[in-house]
Write a protein of this length. Sequence first.
Length: 551
Amino acid sequence: MRHISASTPLEKPVVIPALQTWTGGSGTFTLPAEPTIATHDAALAAIAAPDPALTAIAAPDSALTAIAAADPALAAIANRDAALATRDAAIAVPDPALAALGTRDAAIAVPDSALAAMATRLAADLTRHTGRPARVADAGGADVVLVLDPSLGDDRGGLRFDREGYRLEVTAQRVVVTAPSVTGLFYGTRSLLQMLVRGAVPVGTAVDWPNYESRGFMLDVGRRFFTAEAIRGYIEVMGWYKLNEFQLHLNDNEIKAPDGDWTKAKAAFRLRSDNPEFSGLAAEDGAYDRAEWDSFEDLASANGVTIIPEIDAPGHARAFVAFRPELGLDGGNSDHLDLSKPESTDFVRDVFTEFMPWFRAEEVHYGTDEYFADPELYRGFFNDMAAHVRGLGKRARAWGSATRMTGTADGYDRGVTINSWNNGWYGPAEAVRDGYRFINTNDDLLYIVPYADYYRGEGLDGRWLYENWEPHVFADGQVVEPGEPLLLGAMSAVWNDLVRAEYTELDVWRMVEPTFGLLAQKMWAGGGGVAYETFMEHVREVGSPGQPWRG
C-alpha cells in the first residue's frame, strides 16, 4: 500500500539538472508493488457516466493519431517492449481532454501512438531503475499518468517551455506528467525516474524548462572509432540528463604527419556508403553503415537527443585527400584540400549530397576549422558549402575561424550557426558583433583530449566549472550578457588527438562521466544551489542508465 506521511511542505526533490520551480505539499507518493488496475471495461463504464465532459474522452483524438504517425521511432519502442504489458505497475496514457478534468481519476490508452510508446518505455525504465515490475494500463486508476497537451504553456519558460518543458504534479495517489511536446513529456519522465530511484516522491508540483536550447556534447569518432554500442550508450545518458545535441565529428586525422609524410598518417572517414562512387572512402578500422546510423537516429529521437553530424573540411581532410590525392595541397602530401581546384569543393559537395539523406537533424556541421592555406579561397569555401547545405534542406553549422583567417567576418555567410571554440580564432564578442547565432564550445574550458599535456588530458575541472562557469562565460575573462539571444547554449567536446596512444572508449567515458551531470545542470537551469560536494553526491544518487560498454 502507499505510504502517506503527514508533514509540512516538502523541499523540492533532487533531480539532475535541478527543477526550475517546485511548489511543495504535504506527504509523499510511493510507487506500489501490487497496485489495483482498472480494466478497460471499467473505464468504458466510467466514460458512460452522466458527466458530459467524459463523453469527449471516448471520442478518437485525431491529434494523437497524427503524433503517432509522425514519430515511428517511438512506435518502434512500443513494439520492442510489448512484453512489459504483463507486468504489475500501471502507467496510463490519457487523451488531452482529460486536462479539463484535472486528470484526477481516469486514463485512456491510445494504442500505437507516440504516447503509448512512451508509456511502454517508461514501464520498462521503471522496472529497470526501481526493480518494481511495471505495465501499461488499458484504463484509469493508474499510478503514473502521461498527458500530452499542446495548449499548455508557461510565460517564464516561453518558447523553451513549449519545445521542451513539462509540468509534474505529485499527489499521494498518483503522479501526472503533462507537456506540450513529446520531448517535454519524455524529459518529465526522466525527472520522475530520478525521483523514484531515491525512494518516495514528495507531494508537490514542478514546472520545468531549459535556460538554453542547445545543450550539447561532441565526440571525435574520426580520429578514434567508437563502437555502435558506445554511441547508443552516450545517447541514453544524454537523455537522462536532458542534454539534447550530440555532435559526431565523423572524419579527421592525426595532427602531424610522421616524418612529414602524410601517407603514413592515421586518418579516417566513419560513414560507409554502398554507392560504388565512394567505395574505399570509409575507414577500414571502423565505420557506420546506414542501418547503424538509422539505429542511432531512432534511439536519439526516443531520448530527446538530436544528432548533429559533422563532416570536416577543408582542413582535417586527410581521409579525403588519401581517397583523391589530386585534391590535396602539395601534390597530395597534406591534410588540406587545395581550394584553388574547383574539383575539391565539388568533391565535398558530393560527399554531403551522398550522406545528407541519412541525417534527420535540421542542422548539419561542415567543419571549416584550422585551415592554414589561402584565406580568400577559404572564405569562398565557407560560403559555397553553407549554400550547398541549405540547398539540401538543412541549416548549416561551422567552427568559428573568421578572425584568424581573414581578420573579420566581412563577406562571410551570416546564416551559419557558429561554434565559438577559441577566442583567437573567433570569440564571443565577435559573434555578437557580427550577428551570428553561436554556441559556447570554448577549448580552454570545455575540451577533453585524453592523456594529452594540453587542454584537459584527464577530464574537465568540475569544481571550477561548478563554481565559476555558465554558458555565457568563455576563457580569459570573456563573457556575453546572460540571456544573450544569439547565444544558443554550450557544448563540451572530446578530441582524440593522440591517435597512437593506447586507451579505450571506456577510458574516455571515465573522463567524461564526472562532469556530464554538472554541465547538464549549468546548461538547463544554471547555478546549482548547493555546495559542489553536495551536488556531486546528488549526481551519484540519481545515477545514470547502466550501459554494457561501461563495464
